[in-house]
Design a protein. Structure first.
Length: 79
């Protein structure tokens, strides 16, 4: 799993409290939720996925209101 750091993904982190992750295609939403919650000690509100034109699977993970997605990315040194 790797984070996506584009203008759109950073805007989603700021405005909608979502982080964007590229995951293996066979990963389920529940597996993504469990991984993010355990690895980064946050609560996940919802997970949406899509398959890109290049065949990658992207997950949009919305964090619970008490957690800040942009702060999480900053804490990890990605922003």
């Amino acid at each position: 799993m790797r984070f996506v750091l584009t203008e759109k993904s950073l805007r989603l982190a700021e405005r909608e409290n979502k982080i964007t992750i590229v995951v293996p295609r066979n990963t389920t939403k529940k597996e993504i939720r469990d991984y993010v919650e355990k690895t980064y000690n946050v609560k996940v509100e919802s997970v949406n996925t899509l398959i890109t034109m290049t065949g990658e699977k992207k997950a949009y993970v919305k964090l619970a209101p008490e957690y800040n997605a942009y702060d999480l990315l900053s804490h990890l040194g990605l922003v």
